[in-house]
Write a protein that binds this ligand. Structure first.
Ligand SMILES: [Fe+2]
Length: 368
C-alpha cells in the first residue's frame, strides 16, 4: 500500500515538474529592432472617412442586479460606481464623441465591456446587453454601432448564452447575414475590420480574414484585451496571455500585416507603436468609463518609449516588458476617461484622443 502511495506522489511530482518546465520554456519572443524606425507615409489612394472609438463603458443599472445575492452586491463595488457614472457623466462623454461626427463618419466602435455583467441570472443579463445595445444604437442614430465581447460582457450566471441571445441577432442585423459567432469581420472602403471575442478568440477566423484581405489598404483588429500588454502593474491578462505559443504566432501574423489594434480592458488611455524587423503593430487602448477618479486628469500624459515597462514591479514582469525595449517608436499613457477619433485618409491615418467631454484633442498621432 505504501509503495502505491509513494508511486502516486512521485507521478504527481513528475507531472507538476513537467508543467513547470513547459511554462518556463514558453516565453514571449523578443522582437528584433530596426536600424531606422521612421517609416514614410505612402499615398495608398482610396476614400477618406472617420470613426468614433469608445473604450470600456460598463453599462449598468440597479434593475439588472435584483438576482444578485446581498453578499455579492457588497463585494462588487463597481456596480454602484457604474450606476452613478451612467446617471451623471457618461451622457456627456458620449455626446461629445457624437458631436465629432461628420457626414463621412462610417461607424462607432466600442471595444468591449459594453456592460458590467454580474447579473446573477441569465434573463437579467439578456436584458442588460439588449438595453445597452439599443441605447448605443439609438444614441448614435444613423451612425452604425459595432462592438466586440469583453470579459464583463458575459460575466455571471448563464451569462455566455445570455450574451449570445442578445448580441448575435444584432451582429447579424448589422452585417446583413447570419452571424453565429462572437467574432466577425467586414470591410469598409477597402479597409479590413476584425472584431474578436477576447474571452475565446477565433484565431482561425483572424487568419482567414487577413488572408482573404491581404490587399486591404489598412487592417484593424478590435479586441477587448490588448495585444501588446498595457504598462500597468495590475494588468489582468491581455490577448492570448494564457497561451504564450499562440501569442507569439498571432503577434507575428499581426506584425507582418501591419495591423492597427483597437483595445480596452486595462482601464487606461494608451498608444503603443511597435516597429520591428518582424513588422509593425500600432495599438490604441481606451477607457471610456468616466469614474469619479477620472473627473480630473490624473497624469499629464507625456511618456517616452524608453519608459514602457516602468510600472512593473516583479523581476519576471520587468523582464517580460523589457522584451519590447528598442522596438517601441511611440508610447503614450494617460489615466483618464477618453474617446478617440480616427481619421482615415488616402495618405494615412490620424488618431486624436479626447478626455472626458472635451472637444479639444489631448493627444494626436499619425498611425500610418
Ligand atoms: Fe472593463
Amino acid at each position: 500500500m505504501k509503495f502505491y502511495k509513494f508511486l502516486f506522489v512521485f507521478v504527481l511530482a513528475v507531472a507538476a515538474f513537467c508543467l513547470y518546465a513547459e511554462q518556463q520554456q514558453a516565453e514571449i519572443k523578443k522582437l528584433t529592432p530596426r536600424d531606422n524606425m521612421n517609416i514614410p507615409s505612402i499615398n495608398r489612394g482610396g476614400e477618406s472617412y472617420r470613426i468614433i472609438v469608445l473604450g470600456d463603458v460598463h453599462y449598468d443599472g440597479a434593475e439588472y442586479h435584483h438576482h444578485l445575492s446581498e453578499k455579492w452586491k457588497k463585494i462588487i463595488k463597481a456596480i454602484p460606481r457604474n450606476i452613478e457614472m451612467w446617471e451623471s457623466r457618461m451622457g456627456k462623454l458620449l455626446s461629445a464623441a457624437k458631436s465629432q461626427a461628420t457626414s463621412k463618419t462610417e461607424m462607432v466602435i466600442q471595444i468591449g465591456d459594453l456592460v458590467e455583467g454580474n447579473c446573477g441570472n441569465g434573463e437579467a443579463h439578456v436584458k442588460m446587453v439588449t438595453d445597452a445595445i439599443n441605447f448605443m444604437d439609438n444614441f448614435f442614430g444613423e451612425i452604425p454601432f459595432y462592438f466586440c465581447a469583453g470579459n464583463h460582457d458575459y460575466n455571471g450566471d448563464d451569462a455566455q448564452a445570455a450574451f449570445d441571445k442578445a448580441a448575435l441577432p444584432y451582429y447579424s442585423k448589422m452585417l446583413g447575414k447570419k452571424v453565429a459567432s462572437r467574432s466577425y469581420y467586414f470591410t469598409v472602403k477597402n479597409d479590413l475590420f476584425i472584431f474578436t471575442d477576447y474571452n475565446n478568440p477565433d484565431l482561425a477566423m483572424i487568419e482567414k480574414a487577413l488572408q482573404e484581405n491581404s490587399e486591404a489598404r489598412y487592417k484593424f483588429l478590435v479586441t477587448h484585451g490588448s495585444v501588446i500588454p498595457s504598462d500597468l502593474p495590475t494588468l489582468h491578462g491581455y490577448f492570448l496571455s494564457k497561451d504564450v505559443e499562440k501569442y507569439n504566432c498571432m503577434r507575428d501574423l499581426l506584425l507582418k500585416n501591419e495591423v492597427i489594434v483597437l483595445s480596452g480592458h486595462s482601464h487606461v488611455c494608451e498608444l503603443i507603436d511597435c516597429v520591428a524587423q518582424e513588422g509593425r503593430l500600432t495599438q490604441i487602448t481606451l477607457d471610456s468609463r468616466w469614474t469619479p477618479a477620472y473627473v480630473i486628469e490624473k497624469s499629464p500624459g507625456s511618456t517616452t518609449p524608453q519608459q514602457y515597462g516602468r510600472r512593473q514591479k516583479t523581476p519576471e514582469k520587468i523582464a517580460e516588458y523589457a522584451k519590447y525595449q528598442g522596438v517601441i517608436k511611440e508610447f503614450y499613457q494617460n489615466f483618464t476617461a477618453a474617446y478617440a477619433i480616427l481619421d482615415i485618409n488616402n495618405d494615412g491615418i490620424v488618431v486624436n484622443f479626447y478626455v472626458g467631454d472635451k472637444l479639444e484633442s489631448k493627444y494626436c498621432y499619425k498611425l500610418r
